[in-house]
Design a protein around this ligand. Structure first.
Ligand code: PMP
Length: 307
């Protein structure tokens, strides 16, 4: 039996994965000119959906990119794509490209932005072994893009900065890389935010350190405070990280991943720390809570219409 191909939404229509495409003249392809979001669905609830949608529109606004759909219509397109693919536990890749233009960089030549929604199944146990074992990172020699340049506050289609750091990490035999900002403060990993634990308090770099302000990061800050911890947003030095009691990374797909080695130096006792473990366990409870997202199989229309 031939497996049914997943459907991908492109500008108002659904295409089988193998034939879903955009033009080679799209400036998203030619210049990385566009924005995106990665979103998780747990048990039919789109986790932190409003937060992701808000970030998409903020990213677009900051590069003067007109998203051709209202938030309500975009929500409908996403929910419909999930339903057509029969997905309850999934990853959504939402992409808005500048659209078709000429070969010059001038965005005014692109008449209409394109919207793409890709959905793929993700087993809730995804990444389990990595979460239990933790990962190793280096400090990359590639500096994070500056906040007065192509700042990572914009979740843009240009990820070369992260790609180069990831390559460096893999060449060094590490799993990933922590990246420093222009001033040498620790920013984030290639596709995740950083937290460290020291003397019972939790620290994470602020957006002035060149980070993408992660949706998961924000949720973890609140969750940790609810658990009674002090969470402090503060510029961190490489020394702070190598001398942390515990460290972990957060992101939509990877959720919470403990860091056990940094530049060959063992973090804490080299095992997943007790506070990290407590936060991981609490996160599993909130991630499919309908209060934390948009339930797609029950109340979607009511929620969409209420906006
Ligand atoms: N930093 C970068 C550079 C990212 O690409 C991402 C998203 N994978 C994150 C941090 C984590 O953000 P979020 O929690 O919103 O997925």
């Amino acid at each position: 039996m031939v497996a049914k191909e997943p459907l991908v939404y492109v500008d108002g229509q659904w295409f089988p994965k193998s034939s879903a495409s955009i033009s080679v003249y799209d400036h998203g392809m030619l210049y990385g000119d566009g924005v995106f979001e990665g979103i998780r669905v747990y048990k039919g609830v789109i986790f932190q959906f409003k937060e992701h949608l808000d970030r998409l529109y903020s990213s677009a606004k900051s590069i003067k990119l007109q998203v051709p759909l209202t938030p309500q219509d975009l929500t409908r397109a996403i929910v419909e794509t999930l339903k057509r693919n029969g997905l309850k536990d999934a990853y959504i890749r939402l992409v808005v490209t500048r659209g078709v233009g000429d070969l010059g960089v001038d965005p005014r030549k692109c008449r209409k932005a394109s919207v793409i929604v890709i959905t793929e199944p993700v087993d809730p146990t995804f990444g389990m072994i990595t979460k239990q074992k933790g990962i190793s990172v280096i400090f990359s020699s590639v500096r994070r893009d500056a906040v007065d340049a192509t700042t990572h506050e914009i979740k843009s289609l240009n990820y070369l900065n992260s790609v180069m750091a990831k390559q460096e990490a893999l060449d060094a035999g590490a799993d990933d890389a922590l990246m420093l900002d222009r001033n040498g403060f620790v920013s984030e990993a290639t596709t995740t935010n950083l937290f460290i634990v020291k003397d019972g308090d939790i620290f994470t770099p602020p957006s002035t350190s060149g980070i993408l302000p992660g949706v998961t990061r924000k949720r973890i800050i609140h969750l940790s405070r609810d658990l009674g911890y002090r969470v402090i947003e503060k510029a961190l030095t490489p020394f702070d990280v190598t001398n942390a009691d515990e460290a972990f990374l957060t992101g939509t797909l990877s959720e919470i991943v403990p860091l056990v080695t940094v530049r060959g130096i063992t973090v804490g006792d080299g095992k997943v720390g007790a506070i990290t473990r407590e936060i991981m366990e609490s996160f599993v409870k909130v991630r499919s809570d309908p209060k934390d997202g948009l339930p797609i199989y029950q109340e979607t229309e009511r929620i969409v219409n209420r906006k």
